[in-house]
Design a protein around this ligand. Structure first.
Ligand code: FAD
Length: 535
């Protein structure tokens, strides 16, 4: 099979155009093209009057070897790489001990699934509830019911990405094609097939919920075991010459679980667990992350700006954007986790604190576009002196946001025009912020450090030069956005084990090795393989 890249066709091309373009590129007779499989379809909308679809295709042809020789110098014609997933190990017939996976977010799900598929019958411990019950708690909180600190947007089956846009792309290097395995398993569990070939796939919240249930069932069917509402409190460690090894786990229900290998897929919000691990001597470092606000505009404005007269074309869907600005004060501001046609969500996991994030449904049909507009911060410059200092900074800002919101989990909010002018907002304009339980208009500069206010005030007008209307006075900002990535890294070695605790495999976003659903899934596979090979 041959892989052809960079085949460009107009947005409105007819069905036969792709085959015609392949035949023309390869200069073959129509009969010599036996089969076409679209591997990837993206688009180039830089000129929105002439939007191009860009295809990567795998084709079966007659005389493949001749064509390869003919196009030897053409990087756009290659042999299709073998991307099928191959298991690296198989569990022994008589398992003497079972690996444990802590956390059932995307990283934990894929770690457990791969271990189960290799026959290791993992035990999964998840502090939150099963996804249906968790959905009730989370949606309940958004409707003014009390926050459940163990069952919310961050904690529970499916992990942080369950109530999300379900974007499945990232810039991680993936030479072993684990990302394909993640996508295939998602499709197997009910994701739309198009995630296998569109360049920026997304799934949306409701589909994710049922997919997570199916993946859980597969783990159980293969001999795995899943314990919900079970938080890992402490590790039980053996110590020899300053080197630790895992011996067992102390659990929140009072149980003790003896084990030798533990994958820690905690996510970025397990602050209490990070504290316990640190106190037990597990090596943890502070790492950079980003803070700022959620911005909302009408989706129709973003669509018009990006796609012009082609706005609304079903192939393009709702438009997204990605923006970066380097500020005079040395800071970088960028858009993050952009959710086209979505809503801003209350993403707190601790009482007395307010955090924003974004989600959407598969259809992306809500009125507003939202994204985080955040400023990169580093331990050296902004929270020096302690590995957990980033968590303290997050907590402080989330408390300020809670107070500014009125101490009822409303998010503090401000109109973009007022934020740029430095005055508190009193009345909404055309853009209605989507965050529930509600938004309290105020002055957002009160909830973030001055350098953040300064940097975002400089960046928004700069973004307006790329997306006309981005600085529109009645667009809205809500906050505070603090959970962009983990504030810590639980350092691991080349063998994927903690640098000072044998048998402990820090993984996924919380350990600092992933950012997003797809990359967390990929890391879960990597770590499961490392554990299996060391079993
Ligand atoms: P998590 O998903 O955070 O999972 C960690 C799990 O560990 C949780 O279920 C938690 O309950 C459990 N846990 C924690 N501590 C313990 C303990 N002590 N004992 C037992 N269990 C524990 N990413 C994207 O790629 N695309 C998106 O569209 C997107 N949208 C998002 C929208 C929202 C609202 C949020 C909050 C996040 C979004 N993200 C998105 C980010 C994405 O969700 C995360 O990057 C991803 O979930 C990280 O996966 P993980 O498995 O490493 O950690």
């Amino acid at each position: 099979m041959l892989r052809l890249t960079d085949i460009k066709l107009p947005l409105d091309h007819d069905d036969s155009a792709l085959a015609a373009a392949i035949i023309s590129k390869l200069a073959i007779a129509a009969d010599d093209l036996l089969n076409i499989n679209v591997f990837k379809r993206g688009y180039d909308a830089r000129n929105n009057r002439d939007i191009q679809l860009i295809y990567t295709v795998d084709v079966e042809v007659n005389s493949e070897a001749d064509l390869l020789a003919k196009f030897a110098k053409d990087t756009q014609v290659r042999v299709t790489p073998d991307m099928t997933y191959k298991f690296v190990a198989q569990a022994p017939e008589n398992l003497t001990h079972r690996p444990v996976v802590v956390g059932l977010g995307p990283c934990g799900i894929f770690a457990a699934l791969i271990l189960a598929q290799m026959g290791f019958k993992p035990i999964v411990l998840e502090r939150g509830k099963a996804v249906r019950e968790r959905t009730k708690d989370t949606f309940g909180f958004w409707r003014k019911q009390p926050l459940n600190p163990e069952s919310n947007v961050q904690f529970g089956e499916g992990g942080a990405g369950t109530f999300s846009d379900g974007k499945l792309y990232s810039q991680v290097k993936d030479r072993k094609h684990y990302g394909r395995k993640v996508l295939h398993e998602f499709v197997e569990a009910g994701a739309p097939e198009e995630i296998l070939y569109v360049s920026k796939p997304h799934i949306g919240t409701f589909k994710l919920v049922s997919m997570v249930e199916k993946m859980r069932q597969q783990i159980i069917d293969l001999g795995g075991e899943i314990r919900f509402s079970t938080r890992v409190e402490k590790l039980d460690l053996d110590e020899q010459d300053g080197q630790f090894a895992v011996k067992g786990l102390h659990l929140s229900d009072g149980d003790y679980l003896a084990c030798k290998q533990v994958i820690l897929a905690l996510g970025h919000s397990a602050r209490d667990t990070f504290q316990n691990l640190y106190e037990q001597g597990v090596y943890i470092e502070a790492k950079p992350f980003s803070i700022g606000f959620r911005i909302e505009h009408e989706q129709s404005m973003i669509d018009r700006c990006r796609f012009g007269d082609n706005a609304g074309n079903p192939i393009l869907g709702a438009a997204d954007y990605k923006l970066v600005h380097h500020c005079k004060n040395g800071r970088t501001v960028y858009s993050f986790c952009m959710c086209p046609g979505g809503t801003v969500v209350a993403a707190a996991s601790e009482p007395g604190r307010v955090v924003t994030n974004g989600m959407s449904q598969y259809s992306r049909h809500e009125r507003n576009a939202n994204s985080a507009i955040v400023v990169g911060i580093t331990p050296e410059q902004d929270y020096p002196g302690h590995p957990l200092a980033g968590i303290e900074l997050q907590r402080r800002l989330e408390e300020l946001a809670f107070k500014a919101g009125g101490e009822n989990y409303n998010a503090p909010g401000q109109l973009i025009g007022d934020f740029l002018a430095g005055k508190p907002s009193a009345e909404l304009g055309e853009v209605t912020p989507s965050y529930t339980p509600g938004v309290t208009l105020t002055d957002l500069s009160k909830v973030v450090p001055d350098y953040v206010t300064q940097a975002i005030r400089e960046a928004i007008p700069a973004f307006d030069r790329q997306i006309k209307g981005f600085a529109k006075a009645d667009g809205t900002l809500t906050g505070v956005e603090t959970r962009t990535s983990s504030p810590v890294c639980i350092k691991r070695d080349k063998d994927y084990q903690s640098v000072n605790v044998k048998g402990l495999y820090p993984a996924g976003e919380g350990a600092g090795y992933a950012g997003g659903i797809w990359s967390a899934g990929i890391d879960g596979i990597r770590v499961a393989e490392a554990l299996a090979l060391a079993f």
